[in-house]
Write a protein of this length. Structure first.
Length: 284
């Protein structure tokens, strides 16, 4: 897999990413505790039309860094570094959860680089209720590290999934999911959750100029409706859509999630011929 080096606030990071497909650039930013593999269904759906770049940011996958505290700006710099190394001058940008916060920061800090923006389960700032939620996550993660438990993985489906999952599962399936999550969680989930605690994008929202889809989940137990409205009010060229799922819509309803994002991207990318706005060749 390609890698690139970038300076962040605590030192240096070596960012690993996937580069797939051909066409205009599309950068995908995963959520807390996940990796770039979260985006495989969307990548498969659009790689015939886009050059898809999916990085792991610090704490996840193959990306390596100093191991200390992180900031939202650090993670945005890592994502931009992957886009630069992959040869993308401008690009469409999609983020889920913390990835949506990272994408918003990038789009507000470098508006000329971002052609369109999709924010699923994003938020404008971490309010008191969200602060309590993320602090509880950190408590569970610390307890798991100390005692070898799976409390965070056991909580995740309760927090992330809506009726689509719970109406069609049973105890055995839930326990199997907990075991899978316990082994799949990124090792830096606690460091990423600390970034969740510090999100405040309100000073940057007016600087986002790209056409933006604010994609909410109807049964999101983490991000409230008021946060989505703040994004809509703060980003001038934004519109709203909703998916019938919980916060973890990419896993709960992958087909519906992909369809909504792919549809928006198709609107942003007019048919200008097979060689329109191609990304630069892949780095050696």
């Amino acid at each position: 897999m390609p890698t690139t080096r970038v300076r962040i606030s605590g030192g240096e990071a070596v960012v690993e990413y996937d580069r797939t497909g051909t066409g205009p650039g599309l950068v995908l930013v995963h959520g807390t505790g996940a990796t770039r593999e979260q985006w495989l269904p969307l990548t498969e759906a659009v790689a015939d039309r886009f050059t898809v770049v999916a990085p792991d940011y610090s704490g996840s996958g193959g990306t390596i860094d100093h191991g200390g505290p992180l900031t939202l700006a650090d993670l945005a710099d890592e994502v931009l570094a992957a886009a630069d190394h992959a040869g993308l001058g401008t690009f469409h940008l999609v983020g889920h959860s913390l990835g949506a916060a990272i994408a918003t920061h990038l789009a507000g800090s470098h508006p000329a680089r971002v052609r369109s923006l999709v924010l699923h389960a994003g938020w404008a700032y971490t309010d008191s209720r969200m602060r309590a939620e993320f602090t509880y996550w950190l408590d569970l993660l610390r307890a798991d590290a100390e005692h070898g438990t799976s409390l965070f993985a056991r909580m995740l489906p309760l927090m992330a999934f809506g009726p689509r999952y719970w109406d069609h599962t049973d105890t055995a399936a839930y326990e199997e999911l907990v075991r899978a999550l316990a082994t799949a969680l990124a090792p830096g989930t606690d460091r990423q959750t600390a970034v969740d605690l510090a999100v405040d994008l309100r000073p940057l929202l007016a600087s986002v100029t790209a056409p933006t889809l604010v994609l909410a989940s109807a049964h999101d137990r983490v991000i409230g409706a008021a946060q989505q409205q703040q994004l809509l009010a703060g980003i001038s060229h934004s519109r709203y859509a909703e998916i019938d799922a919980g916060h973890g819509a990419p896993a709960e309803d992958p087909a519906g999630f992909v369809a909504r994002i792919a549809g928006f991207l198709a609107e942003q990318q007019p048919d200008e011929g097979p060689m329109a706005d191609r990304a630069a060749p892949a780095p050696a």
